[in-house]
Design a protein around this ligand. Sequence first.
Ligand SMILES: [Zn+2]
Length: 335
Amino acid sequence: MAHARAFLCLILIFWATKPANAWDYERHRLINGLALKSLPKEFPRFVLLPTNLERVKFLAGEPDRWRNTRDRGLRHLNNPDHYFDVEYLELYHIKTETLSHFRYRFVEQMANARSKLKLELPEANADHIKNYPGFLPWSINEHYLKLLSAFSYLKVFEEMGTQQEIKNAQANVIYRMGILSHFVGDTSQPLHTTKHFNGWTGDNPNDYTTRRSFHSWIDGKFFINTQPPNEVKLQKQLRPAKLLIRPESKELASGHFQASLNYILKQHELVVPLYQLDKDGHLSEDSPDKGRLFLEKQLLVGAQMLGDLWFTAWKEAPPDRFLQGYLAKRKLNNK
Ligand SMILES: [Zn+2]
């Protein structure tokens, strides 16, 4: 028991020092720029107007701006949406196969495990987010569903609304695309999927780095100190955005939770290779080529998933039936 407690304390120390960002703002902007390029010709044209392109890129940094606040209520709500430290599920005896796609069901799963396993909450827990692996898969899916809703009502306003309403609905689509983009981008930085988010923790048989600056090095300092990613080269490697397929199971039917989770787990598999690259000196200023290849690929992976989610939301969005009824009535009453 004492051993378990010591383990928990150790975990909590690391949780307490979670770094503030994933990719830096420039890398998030780049992911969004690439994702926009992946959109097929039939995608709504207003999105590609220069002011909207810039706004989608600007919004890439928005959920990290929320993290800048010292307000504990907002930190409590927002911070865990940016990561999913897969290993911590073990602490709760929860498997990825049994995660509910409903956020609060997952909270219940953790609460039940906490009381059954007698896991104690830490005393220093100002934001009340310690002990959570994070909510990244739910965050991506929920923001996807909000974007889907924005497309649903835009489609109806375009048929039956005023010019003002169409403009407002379009502005909301842009906003929703931008907010979703951040969390999809975060995921492609593998350190957002692991308890080793800021240097290796615990047993370290492979002698991986424990540098506390490792996270920020990957976020952007590597690129800043060597050279920025080659955007033109990355654009050439893009495939067009494609429709995401939903699993048959009704249990997994809400939005694209499963695709989001699979995407996260895939990036989690890259945590060890990333640390190995660092150990072998390939993430250094002297010999950056292999590290660059790895990280540029991650920027591309993030951009493709983002383009796929944007494209799928637009394709899947059904017309908003409630709004249709409301606007039909309004038309009758105005006659
Ligand atoms: Zn973030």
